[in-house]
Design a protein around this ligand. Structure first.
Ligand SMILES: *[C@@H]1O[C@H](CO)[C@@H](O)[C@H](O)[C@H]1NC(C)=O
Ligand SMILES: *[C@@H]1O[C@H](CO)[C@@H](O)[C@H](O)[C@H]1NC(C)=O
Ligand SMILES: *[C@@H]1O[C@H](CO)[C@@H](O)[C@H](O)[C@H]1NC(C)=O
Ligand SMILES: *[C@@H]1O[C@H](CO)[C@@H](O)[C@H](O)[C@H]1NC(C)=O
Ligand SMILES: *[C@@H]1O[C@H](CO)[C@@H](O)[C@H](O)[C@H]1NC(C)=O
Ligand SMILES: *[C@@H]1O[C@H](CO)[C@@H](O)[C@H](O)[C@H]1NC(C)=O
Ligand SMILES: *[C@@H]1O[C@H](CO)[C@@H](O)[C@H](O)[C@H]1NC(C)=O
Ligand SMILES: *[C@@H]1O[C@H](CO)[C@@H](O)[C@H](O)[C@H]1NC(C)=O
Ligand SMILES: *[C@@H]1O[C@H](CO)[C@@H](O)[C@H](O)[C@H]1NC(C)=O
Length: 394
């Protein structure tokens, strides 16, 4: 009795969870996609030799109506083209083809035309060509939240109009391609929940658009390794939810205004290295209580370090190398920086003694002091310092 009850329960359960087998149309779309691959990493065997219900195929999941809702085929060794047939999966919500060797173009228009797709991740492939503007005729359906096309070989002008209709976009990672054009702010103007933009490692040019300051939800902004120019616009400091700001190697210049910097009190990472910034580190840096990573290396910054730096007690890395900072390091009470692991001040004009408070940073594993004007560092080293003159473990 108990046994047949259990069997019945199991039968019912299987009926519920495997409600409807996949539709013939979806199955045929998946097989077309498979046919476009020149290397399928064994998918053909897994798919065609298993059950005929494509809902139970490797990497595929369906919704209750037997429509394919997810295609997750990351790291499967796939080669060949991403055929538009995937766009015929009208129930598709999530597509993840990352970390394969897919080539050719990305049929974004097709992927977005019929489905209510939410997530597209084709990062780490060999996709190439231009990303064309999407026709405005289908805009009202766009439900896309996450688009990751990073680490491919896309070229050409970055689309501009396309983003204006993506009212639900949360994250866009287009880094590590060869896109040209201006950095746009249309993402946040269109989508109130836009939170992450990574356009680093491309060929973008022009100024940082001031309108990015209107991105009230943005937490990550990475624009480094592009050919930008100009200054950081004052308006950008209105984006007070920023946690990670990286503008490394972007040909930027200008000084840092204390009142502006203080507004970004949620910053965890600030990377402005390898630019042409000048002037001092403002005292208001002490108000960035969450700050863990501070990279200002290889700029033209100068002046003494503000003692307020000691208030950033979460700091893990301070990289100020190759600037013109001067004065005594003892301005900063390092003993409050109990999380500090790396301090690199190589190639500045610091004078005086290396403060003893540095030796109270118990987690410090990398300290580089070379090429400064420290007084009797040699002697200090022999008598007290546990650190050699130029010891730096990455
Ligand atoms: C299915 O498996 C058989 C034997 O295991 C094999 O001969 C056949 O080629 C497979 N079918 C496909 C489509 O790979
Ligand atoms: C896609 O799959 C990769 C590998 O499993 C994973 O790291 C990544 O987070 C996935 N992408 C999304 C958007 O979930
Ligand atoms: C692509 O970007 C999305 C959004 O940031 C992220 O969730 C996903 O993990 C990324 N994919 C990989 C392979 O890292
Ligand atoms: C964007 O993708 C690249 C890899 O292509 C990754 O290294 C980077 O961390 C991603 N950006 C963000 C903000 O997650
Ligand atoms: C850029 O993409 C290439 C190829 O996918 C990858 O090997 C490399 O690690 C990526 N670089 C970054 C900075 O993400
Ligand atoms: C940015 O926000 C401000 C204040 O809400 C508004 O006046 C301004 O028009 C916005 N800028 C853009 C480009 O939308
Ligand atoms: C944005 O920043 C600018 C310049 O710093 C300022 O004049 C403006 O009032 C700010 N707007 C908002 C909405 O905070
Ligand atoms: C940086 O400083 C050096 C030496 O003072 C100077 O030659 C160079 O022109 C400066 N560069 C910028 C961008 O200010
Ligand atoms: C430095 O900070 C430590 C711990 O917060 C404190 O005990 C010490 O008095 C401070 N030293 C100076 C010179 O202010």
């Amino acid at each position: 009795m108990a046994f047949s009850g259990l069997a019945l329960a199991l039968l019912l359960l299987s009926l519920i969870s495997r409600a409807t087998p996949c539709t013939e149309q979806d199955k045929s779309s998946l097989l077309q996609f498979l046919a476009g691959l020149s290397r399928d990493g064994g998918l053909a065997v897994l798919w065609q030799n298993g059950t005929t219900d494509c809902c139970s195929w490797e990497g595929i999941s369906c919704n209750g109506e037997g429509a394919v809702a997810e295609v997750v085929l990351a790291k499967k060794g796939l080669e060949g083209h991403v055929l538009p047939a995937l766009g015929d999966l009208t129930g598709l919500l999530r597509l993840n083809l990352s970390h394969n060797s897919l080539s050719g173009g990305l049929p974004l228009d097709h992927l977005m035309s019929s489905s209510r797709i939410v997530v597209i991740d084709v990062s780490f492939n060999r996709l190439q060509g231009e990303l064309l503007e999407l026709p405005s005729s289908i805009t009202h359906r766009w439900s896309l939240q996450v688009l990751n096309i990073s680490s491919n070989m896309f070229t050409g002008r970055f689309p501009s109009r396309t983003w204006k209709s993506m009212k639900n976009l949360v994250a866009l990672n287009a880094s590590n391609n060869s896109f040209r054009g201006q950095v746009l702010a249309s993402f946040c103007l269109a989508s109130a929940s836009f939170a992450m933009l990574d356009l680093s490692y491309n060929k973008f040019t022009g100024n940082i658009p001031p309108q990015l300051g209107n991105c009230s939800m943005i937490t990550v902004l990475e624009l480094g390794y592009n050919r930008l120019y100009g200054t950081i616009p004052d308006e950008l400091f209105n984006a007070t939810s920023l946690e990670h700001l990286s503008l490394r190697y972007a040909s930027l210049h200008g000084t840092h205004d204390g009142a502006h910097v203080a507004k970004l009190s949620n910053l965890i990472t600030l990377d402005l290295g390898e630019n042409h910034f000048t002037g001092k580190i403002p005292d208001s840096i002490g108000q960035l209580k969450q700050l863990e990573q501070l990279h200002l290396d290889s700029n033209n910054m100068s002046g003494e370090l503000p003692s307020a730096l000691g208030s950033c007690s979460n700091l893990i890395t301070i990289d100020l190398k190759s600037n013109y900072f001067s004065g005594e390091l003892s301005k900063v009470n390092f003993s409050t920086l109990q999380n500090l692991e790396r301090l690199d001040i190589k190639g500045n004009n610091f004078i005086g003694m290396v403060p003893e408070s540095i030796y109270l940073c118990m987690k410090l594993t990398a300290l580089r002091l070379a090429d400064n004007k420290f007084y009797d560092l040699e002697e200090l080293q022999e008598s007290q310092s546990p650190f050699p003159r130029d010891e730096f473990h990455a």
